[in-house]
Design a protein around this ligand. Structure first.
Ligand SMILES: [Zn+2]
Length: 408
């Protein structure tokens, strides 16, 4: 049971001592006395089996602030959690300003450590993860459907901050307008919404967060708004099946390499498409890279090669078609060209490399700034636009020669 408990708490508890009330427990574990120590504290918790347990909380350094005001502001701005002060404690390490998360059922804690030698302070978070489960949401919210609907309307009309939503609610809550003098007649408030409550900012933020922020669906109806590499892997594996629906996205191919030592060096390659898009691609002879059908952590030729290969595999699997476009349209990046060569095995460069016109135009503007006369700039631009209309390579080359001569 102890093992289960540790597993359930995701190894966040460094030391768990069970103090069982269960009459069937036959071995009394030698429990340490409940006391507050300078490097950690022991608190009582009710575990998921309804038993009282004692756990030791460990704190670890999170970040430093120049002064205490900054630290207080940081806690105030933390919209996900609500921190309320427990006490200020004197310890051997220095004075500690201790806080607990005030969201119902959450036991997460932190303290701000005052440094003896300077104005700076540091923030230390407990190893108890925040527990803001949806089961208790109703109790946390404590706002009725009318109020929720109003928050929703405001949020969708781009009133996004809790403060502004709160102000808007205050204007709608009473049936009559505010009186300037007691003798004034009642004037109907046109904004009045019957049954509306004034929510707190926390309630607004919680409601918005749980209702409107994008969430990723996992099996068994579980939803998350943040996800890990493991979650991504899980999501990918659940989206590898080719759907019946032509327009439904699925994963063509993927690579997830998590580097636990250097997380920023982790690699993700993800290639997505739909049956319909692949069908269209199979009918054409050109491939336009740089369209967002893939997500990679890098832009190396290996990344591009991976994406192109995923298309080859998918075309083969879906339509038994050997996909090999003969024209590559993309910006000038060599990585794309090399990725294309590798994936489609173009040793002799017998494919056409077409510059993406949008990229050309954008770069053109960047390079031509040294010509001060706008009229002259436009003349050159017009020439290039004309050149672009060439319907075959021969005509283009011929036109380009003329253009070069003119410019020389
Ligand atoms: Zn919390």
């Amino acid at each position: 049971m102890l093992n289960n408990y540790i597993k359930e708490n995701n190894d966040t508890l460094s030391k768990v001592v069970e103090n069982s009330d269960d009459e069937f427990s036959d071995v009394q574990i030698n429990t340490p006395p409940v006391e507050v120590e300078s490097d950690g504290e022991i608190v009582e918790q009710i575990n998921s089996y309804g038993k009282r347990t004692r756990i030791q909380i460990n704190y670890s350094f999170t970040r430093e602030f120049e002064n205490i005001e900054q630290a207080y502001q940081f806690l105030k701005d933390d919209s996900n959690n609500i921190w309320s002060r427990l006490r200020i404690r004197k310890t051997n390490d220095g004075d500690k300003d201790c806080y607990k998360c005030n969201i119902k059922n959450c036991r997460s804690k932190l303290f701000i450590l005052f440094h003896d030698e300077s104005e700076s302070v540091s923030l230390w978070n407990s190893d108890i993860l925040h527990e803001h489960s949806s089961n208790s949401d109703e109790k946390i919210y404590g706002i009725n459907q009318i109020t929720k609907d109003q928050i929703g309307i405001l949020y969708r009309t781009r009133v996004k901050t809790a403060t502004n939503i709160l102000y808007a609610h205050r204007e709608k809550v009473s049936e009559y307008k505010d009186k300037k003098f007691d003798v004034d007649q009642d004037e109907i408030n046109p904004l009045y919404v019957p049954g509306l409550q004034i929510p707190t900012k926390l309630q607004i933020n919680n409601y918005i967060h749980n209702t409107f922020k994008p969430k990723i669906e996992f099996g068994e109806g579980k939803k998350k708004s943040k996800f890990s590499y493991g979650d991504l892997q899980f999501w990918v594996e659940n989206n590898l099946t080719i759907p019946d629906n032509e327009h439904e996205t699925f994963v063509l191919d993927y690579l997830i390499e998590y580097n636990p030592l250097i997380p920023s060096a982790s690699k993700i390659r993800l290639s997505l498409s739909t049956k319909n898009l692949l069908k269209i691609a199979a009918k054409t002879d050109h491939l336009c890279a740089d369209a967002t059908l893939s997500i990679c952590t890098g832009e190396t030729s290996d990344d591009f090669s991976f994406v192109f290969n995923s298309l080859i595999k998918a075309q083969k699997k879906l339509f038994d078609y050997n996909y090999r476009p003969r024209t590559l349209i993309a910006d000038g990046a060599e990585a794309i060209t090399n990725g294309f060569i590798n994936a489609f095995d173009y040793e002799n460069l017998d494919f056409k490399r077409v510059m993406c016109w949008a990229h050309v135009l954008r770069n053109f503007d960047k390079r031509i700034y040294f010509i001060t006369e706008e009229a002259n700039r436009n003349l050159i631009k017009e020439d290039i636009k004309e050149l672009q209309k060439s319907y075959c390579t021969e005509l283009f080359n011929c036109g380009y020669e003329l253009f070069e001569k003119k410019m020389a």
